[in-house]
Design a binder for this molecule. Sequence first.
Ligand SMILES: O=C(O)CCC(=O)C(=O)O
Ligand SMILES: [Fe+2]
Length: 311
Amino acid sequence: MTDLQIAPLPDAIFGAEIAGLDPLNITDRHVTQIWDAHREALGLLCFRFDRLLEAEEHHAITAVFGESEFAPGRIVGIGRGRADDDLERTVEEQVEDLVARGIDPFMTYLGNVNPNTLEKTDLPDKFFGEWEWHTDMSYIEVPPTFSLLHSREIPNDGGATSYASQVMAAAELPDDLRTQVDGILVKHDSTYGSSGLKRPGMVEPVTPIDAIGHPHPVLRRVPATGQEALFLGRRTNAYVMGMKLDESEALLDELWEHATQPRFRYVHDWAIGQVVVWDNRMLLHHRNPFDASERRFMWRTQTRGEAVIPA
Ligand SMILES: O=C(O)CCC(=O)C(=O)O
Ligand SMILES: [Fe+2]
């Protein structure tokens, strides 16, 4: 089995491009190469394929990065509020029910294409606009570490995915902000998805203080690399625990302005067949707008995370 071909992503300040992977024949040597690339590329990897993958192949790549986490919005408490018919069901019962209905509990189909019929679907206009900077599912106690997107259909214009390195942002955090975030916890809200649409079963909080979500430290340690990273989640309804709301808003605005500066960013223009893997401990991301008349269709998985380690 030959080595993988690994090179820096073109025109990027972080990220690596990997070619030569056969997803159903991944060797120990390949896994070592992938983890070395992950460390050097600050958590962003783009696997290149000249074809569309089978679901089994997408899951095999996911397995390199960890155990699969449930797709957001499928299981109560994992990106989903409690609807009436969800009462009293265990996670196992919910999974059994999904599988019985032919639904993969780990795979998300993202975009405006029906995953079964491949017909174009109708989605609210808001979906097609610019998404909010975020890390995935940081509103739960143990957020997923890796997210993987496989591009099956991409628009002619727009629909790129932007990334911002939170390792770089932490390294360049001004001293006054570093002092202010020392020891504080920020609550990461779960009301809205990254497109700005409300998640199933969620109710809008009166103020961010009432929002449902998990509090996390602002600076975390990434055990895989030993690096420090800013961990902000998403701006909407975020709240610095115990602070007056206006002070919390002011500090969060300052942190977000720092974290998303263009000098920490890379914008990924998709090609069909790629699998882009990002480390949610090290990167913020958001999708850029595209026209509702175009088609965009991604397969998406994520891996189960680890407890957030304060830096
Ligand atoms: O569709 C994209 O480009 C990114 C969507 C997103 O935020 C995600 O998959 O976590
Ligand atoms: Fe996301």
